[in-house]
Design a protein around this ligand. Sequence first.
Ligand code: SF4
Length: 398
Amino acid sequence: MEITEKLKILGNAAKYDICASTATNKKHHISGGIGNTFQHTICHSFTPDGRCVNLLKVLMSNECQGDCFYCPSRSTMDIPRTSFTPEELSKLFIEFYKRNFVEGLFLSSGIKFNTSQTMEDMLKACEIIRYRYQYNGYIHMKILPNSPYSYVERACQLANRVSINAEVPSQEHMGKISKSKHWEKDILQRMDWIKNLSDKKDSKNISQSTQFIVGAASENDSSIIQSMNRLYKTYSLTRTYFSTFVPIKDTPLENQPAAEPTREGKLYQADFLLRIYKFKASDFVFNTNGNLPSDIDVKLAVSLNNLQNFPKEVNTCSYSELLKIPGIGPLTAQRIVTLRRNNIKIESLAQLKKIGAQIKNAQFFLTINGRLQGNITFLISKIELERERKHYKQLTLF
Ligand code: SF4
């Protein structure tokens, strides 16, 4: 098979592995035109130091012995299968890099013959890239479930970031998407090894992330957030990514409904609130089905549930208290604190807006020099009214 054909298949198959919450929209297509990239092969991501880079995102192989009930690459699927050799993948990546198409590599894989052999191929490709081509840039490598320790260790030496997908919040949920994977033994054990390896004094600044599939195991947002919180604390993860479950024809979950598209975005919001805003997992508000409310901002819902903590005086409350106010993010909170240090007070909502606050919501949760800026009852009635409206259906006149 031609290398471009392999790239098309293995790049497309890698679309289920997430390394950023952004993607490029394809707006124009003129056959034979310039500026086209392979549809799912080059994606944006953020390196541990915060830079946005283009990554070549591919699988080593889409052949797989696995049985994951949702997966289009599972062993029973009748799809075109192919694999790169380590030589092919490393050469392809370096050619892309030299032509400025990409600035890094995101490498994942199906389990071709067995986990060890596939990991060996992935490691070999990364070794060629690092040592033969002397590439010093960014590599994100997936660790396959049940990988042996020595391969996990080698991956930590070669890559800048490694990740193993949690997929679901617990072993109980794992039973709903795979018969062969064990959540604790095959996945959490590897996360633990990675954490211990990265804690070692001589380790090369390795970061670890993970990914959940939202809606495949009938889990709710509450269980994902509890699990994510535990993984952050136990294994010092840097990031969590989410991908929305969509049923694939001819898989065991083909008749299961797709997850609500809003869930993924809400979970990213919850993730930010946990990591950056230092919310606790117990702070979040859930519907009766255990999901985050879909019709209201996640942070706003938490604040409305804790009205006893508001209003906050914007000129005296701490940085962490500022972060709890809806409409105030880390940058704005930092600006307020810096102004304070220079003896400059916030005097108006307009001034707050100017330094980045979203006053539409913030005004109801703060005071400026002791003056209330909005009536919280008005905000609550407005939200309730909008909810009621959604329950009424417009009747036709005829
Ligand atoms: S291990 Fe499971 S999720 Fe991964 S490619 Fe194979 S079937 Fe798909």
